[in-house]
Design a protein around this ligand. Structure first.
Ligand SMILES: Nc1ncnc2c1ncn2[C@@H]1O[C@H](COP(=O)(O)OP(=O)(O)O)[C@@H](O)[C@H]1O
Ligand SMILES: O=c1ccn([C@@H]2O[C@H](COP(=O)(O)OP(=O)(O)O)[C@@H](O)[C@H]2O)c(=O)[nH]1
Length: 240
């Protein structure tokens, strides 16, 4: 283990879709437990962790819109899905002794505290894992954008995107067997080439705030810790 992992504070965006495991819907507790174990490993390395979890395993707003319904209501439903996932992640973390708190962009005081930047920073300084629920609190955004926003607000050194694939490719690797994986690429190139691993608003916000993005597979057990130790498989998106 290096004496000083290169990142002191990171924001992890974990795919909601990954949380359903092989079930096709909802939460596979064994996946939530694995993500929690990976976060515990990062904490043991001395890295402070903020977490944004998606909602795609339960609901996406576009599903309502494409069925002829109201997109804003659909997005509200999607944001509520992220609260459900956040509560599940808190449970998985607390049960292995990791102190974690959920802060929601949408007030629901009976369930969790409301988000404020000052509260989030104070909890992180105190060593808690802060789980940011409810996305940005606004429709027409995604949890990728929420992750970039919260990363900037808490002064994260890096934004980790734990997703279904192990990095940024020249084309979507799910449909293109010939797609090549990048070890490094700049934010600008990802935007210019239209590489759709993360939404453009999130990449632009990270770029404006000089936050590198590390894309890796959330399914790789111990993958998060390995990258923090400078060993894992990933793509680093950075303008340096
Ligand atoms: N150029 C690319 N490189 C890597 N993945 C890509 C690329 N283009 C599209 N993708 C797809 O983007 C997906 C990740 O984005 P997203 O659906 O937002 O996942 P998440 O559930 O992590 O939010 C990957 O599963 C991959 O299939
Ligand atoms: O700031 C936000 C974040 C999320 N969402 C809604 O919540 C859903 C779930 O989030 P996302 O699709 O980003 O989840 P993931 O792909 O990571 O599972 C989205 O589809 C949107 O409908 C939203 O409206 N505003």
């Amino acid at each position: 283990m290096p004496a000083n992992p290169p990142y002191r504070r990171v924001l992890l965006k974990a795919s909601g879709e990954a949380l359903m495991g092989k079930q096709g819907f909802g939460i596979d507790v064994s996946v939530a437990d694995q993500v929690a174990a990976d976060i515990a490993e990062a904490r043991a390395l001395g890295v402070e962790v903020g977490l944004v979890i998606g909602g795609g395993n339960i609901f996406r707003g576009v599903a309502v819109a494409s069925a002829g319904g109201d997109r804003v209501t659909g997005d509200h439903m999607g944001m509520l899905a992220t609260v459900i996932n956040s509560l599940a992640m808190r449970t998985s973390l607390v049960k292995i002794g990791v102190d974690a708190v959920v802060l929601s962009a949408i007030a629901m005081p009976e369930l969790c505290e409301s988000f404020s930047q000052r509260k989030a920073t104070a909890y992180m300084n105190a060593g808690k894992v802060v789980i940011f629920a409810g996305g940005t609190g606004n429709p027409f955004f995604t949890t990728d954008s929420a992750a970039a926003l919260r990363a900037a607000e808490i002064g994260a050194d890096a934004l980790f995107k734990g997703t279904q694939v192990d990095g940024v490719y020249s084309a979507d690797p799910k449909n293109n067997p010939d797609a090549r994986r990048y070890d490094r690429i700049t934010h600008r190139e990802v935007l210019q080439k239209g590489l759709a691993v993360m939404d453009t608003a999130a990449i632009a916000l990270a770029r404006e705030n000089n936050i590198p993005i590390i894309v890796y597979s959330i399914h790789e057990k111990g993958g998060f810790g390995a990258i923090l130790k400078g060993e894992g498989r990933c793509t680093i998106v950075s303008d340096d």
